[in-house]
Design a protein around this ligand. Structure first.
Ligand SMILES: Cc1cc2nc3c(=O)[nH]c(=O)nc-3n(C[C@H](O)[C@H](O)[C@H](O)COP(=O)(O)O)c2cc1C
Length: 265
């Protein structure tokens, strides 16, 4: 089957998922490619529609062993016509739990046929210089593995004759999915002495939770993705809650051993 159009869709507050999905797409030879970033707040959710001889590569980070709820909500706009799909879950070297199977279900219900899946490792959103967790992932090896995975997808789709003979893959995970533990850790703070009021934090916030007037985060809307902290060049945004420090310590000590990307084809 010749792939005419490749659509990449990703939710990626701290950009590791985006890097991996981009690299996978480099390995797939399509006539046209289109990138759809669902990270920013969307005033109007436009339909993401795909037809039969297109391919969808969809990437999400793992949040508490699940697909982030914000991504779940935005992915309701997906609509396929037996379109082949590649599922990508990016996690911070801890656990994937049920995120991949949840992504499988979202995509299948929307009319796609999952033909390949992968888990990749990205620097943990909570990683710091003092408590590194999968720091600097994805690295060069990860990105090369992603391009190679894209090539394998290309070979697999070339061997498919039509949508009628496509058998969906199966992915690890449990139904019902694990219950995602809410992180009630408070929102990131701002050090007004360091803040230059550049507005980068409010621009990168995926839920529009940061007030552009005073740069404060709204408790209700913040999803603790750490995009504001990681994007602040002045180090003006921080989260020093003692519970959060304990979480980071635990992640840093328990998940030191390097994990590698895994593929299902
Ligand atoms: C709220 C939250 C929950 C997370 N839960 C997990 C988890 O359950 N397992 C894991 O390995 N990593 C977890 N992570 C780490 C992210 O999956 C990881 O850093 C990923 O690379 C972030 O993707 P992004 O750069 O595209 O935002 C979590 C991160 C956040 C912000």
């Amino acid at each position: 089957m010749k792939i005419r159009t490749l659509k990449e869709v990703y939710f990626s507050p701290t950009k590791t998922t985006q890097q991996i999905v981009d690299s996978i797409c480099k390995g797939i030879d399509a006539d046209f490619a289109m990138s759809i970033d669902i990270t920013s707040p969307m005033e109007e959710i436009t339909k993401i529609e795909c037809s039969t001889n297109e391919i969808l590569v969809i990437g999400v980070p793992v949040y508490s062993g699940r697909v982030p709820q914000t991504a779940v909500d935005r992915l309701r706009s997906l609509k396929g016509e037996n379109t082949p799909a590649v599922l990508v879950a990016v996690y911070g070297n801890a656990k994937v739990d049920d995120a991949l199977i949840e992504l499988f279900d979202i995509v299948e219900i929307a009319g796609f046929i999952p033909i390949a899946a992968a888990t990749f490792i990205g620097e943990h959103s909570f990683s710091t210089d003092e408590q590194p967790i999968a720091i600097n992932r994805p690295d060069t090896d990860d990105l090369l593995a992603a391009v190679d995975f894209g090539r394998q997808i290309q070979e697999k789709t070339a061997a498919l004759c039509s949508d009628k003979n496509i058998t969906p893959i199966s992915v690890p995970g449990n139904r019902p999915y694990k219950v995602a533990t809410p992180l009630s850790l408070g929102v990131p703070d701002v050090d007004s002495d360091l803040c230059t009021d550049c507005k980068v934090c409010s621009t990168v916030c995926p839920t529009g939770a940061i007030d552009r007037e005073n740069n404060n985060s709204n408790d209700e809307e913040c999803i603790s993705c750490y995009a504001c902290i990681k994007s602040c060049s002045e180090g003006a945004r921080f989260q020093n809650d003692p519970v959060m420090t304990a979480v980071k310590d635990k992640l840093h000590s328990n998940f030191k051993t390097r994990k590698e990307p895994e593929f299902i084809l």
